[in-house]
Design a protein around this ligand. Structure first.
Ligand code: APR
Length: 261
């Protein structure tokens, strides 16, 4: 039996599915993954160095400019067939949640209803000092040119700098989001992990958490990921091809074709 047939069998036997996504799911929308080399003016920066509280303290205008540029990149991107396919599983009768490490909003724009962002969101800002959420005016969201230094706006409450509402290296995940994610993982029958290198903890532990709770796990990735158990299945290929193929293999192709999935 092929891996796709095994996956389709598991899918047919499942009721509650969690999609656990990483940067690879947005790659086909033109958003570079974390482990891709940066191009253009950003090529001289290491994202792992820009995405820390220390970097923000050292050079807030550089880090704020980097996130505004990424926000601009995301607002110009469209959900791809992988994002668009996930709500089709909902339409076909499965109970679907998405847990994403991504800070873009492409799952929401594709129509997924239940999306948990464990690494925060590019669309949010919060105060670097008092952590209250910050509101940004359209002017403060003006298009950043690549590599531009932009001084962050100030907090209305304490006048400290606003920072992006994302999780940086060495920071804790937002407690509410993490709790919601863990609950969904423990309750699911099947976890489909899509486009993640699985190296950044604690989120990278989610597939193992699902296995430990008795769920099956399907990995969708361009590259082989190390499988540890009999309940894991690897579907190698691009998410935008593999997810629609999985839906069809499970016999759900008869649903109306209102998305280009
Ligand atoms: N389809 C499927 N998989 C893909 C595709 C694609 N079209 N393109 C790339 N991939 C896979 C790559 O093979 C890789 O395994 O997606 C994965 C992307 O890995 P990373 O760049 O490490 O992204 P991610 O796993 O989301 O990173 C985790 O690291 O930098 C931090 O906080 C950041 O949330 C991020 C976390």
């Amino acid at each position: 039996m092929s891996q796709m047939q095994r996956a389709a069998d598991v899918l047919r036997r499942s009721k509650k599915i969690v999609f656990f996504s990483g940067a690879g799911i947005s790659a086909e929308s033109g958003i570079p993954t974390f482990r891709d080399k940066l191009t253009g003016l950003w090529a001289k920066h290491d994202p792992q160095r820009l995405e820390t509280a220390d970097a923000f303290e050292e050079n807030p205008a550089l880090v704020w400019g980097w996130y505004l540029w990424r926000r601009h990149q995301v607002s110009g991107a469209k959900p791809n067939p992988a994002h668009l396919c996930i709500p089709r599983f909902q339409d076909a009768g499965w109970e679907v949640s998405v847990i994403t490490q991504n800070i873009d909003d492409l799952h929401e724009r594709a129509g997924s209803l239940d999306v948990v962002h464990v690494h925060g969101s590019l669309m949010d800002a919060k105060c670097f000092a008092c952590h209250r959420p910050g509101e940004l005016t359209p002017d403060q969201l003006r298009v950043a040119e690549e590599g531009q230094l932009i001084e962050p706006p100030r907090c209305d409450h304490c006048n400290a700098r606003l920072r992006p509402g994302v999780v940086w290296f060495r920071e804790k995940l937002p407690e509410d989001a993490w709790r919601s994610a863990v609950r969904r993982v423990r309750e699911c029958d099947l976890l489909i992990s899509v486009g993640t290198s699985g190296v950044v903890m604690p989120a990278a532990g989610i597939p193992e958490m699902a296995l430990a709770a008795g769920a099956a796990v399907i990995h969708v990735n361009l590259e082989e990921v190390g499988l540890v158990g009999a309940d894991e299945i690897m579907l190698k290929g691009s998410a935008g091809v593999v997810l629609p193929a999985l839906l069809r293999a499970a016999g759900a192709e008869a649903i109306p074709d209102h998305h280009s999935c």
